[in-house]
Design a protein. Structure first.
Length: 132
């Protein structure tokens, strides 16, 4: 369970870093990511807590029916946690793809080209004035 807990924490931290960049591209998409994380995270962290409890049962009740039941339950809980982590990975992958999308707003070339042209015109005007 420790490996899955670390994986979940790492994935959530990565998502938290991605969301602000997504927000600049598409605020609604960022809101959806936040909502999904806030809804899924408590459920997945509850699975981690269950794994800790099941591990304690297995450690304290060796060679009993409770240990066998806890072992079986831990496998099922770990599978659900792994599925949740895989879904987080897919969300991060989709977010990375979205980060490559062009901005809806004017691109930097559209914004900077007029300034470049204006500077060239000013330079030309200054050169002409100096030569006159």
């Amino acid at each position: 369970g420790a490996e899955q807990a670390q994986r979940l924490t790492s994935l959530r931290m990565q998502l938290a870093q991605v969301i602000p960049a997504i927000e600049r591209l598409h605020p609604d998409a960022a809101s959806e990511l936040r909502r999904a994380d806030h809804e899924a995270a408590p459920q997945l962290h509850a699975l981690v807590d269950r794994l800790v409890i099941l591990h304690g049962i297995r450690r304290e009740m060796v060679a009993t029916e409770a240990e066998a039941a806890a072992t079986t339950a831990a496998v099922e809980v770990r599978e659900r946690l792994t599925t949740g982590c895989t879904t987080y990975e897919r969300i991060i992958a989709a977010s990375a793809t979205m980060l490559a999308a062009p901005d809806v707003a004017r691109g930097t070339e559209e914004v900077l080209t007029p300034a470049l042209q204006g500077l060239a015109a000013y330079t030309h005007g200054l050169q002409r004035a100096a030569g006159a």
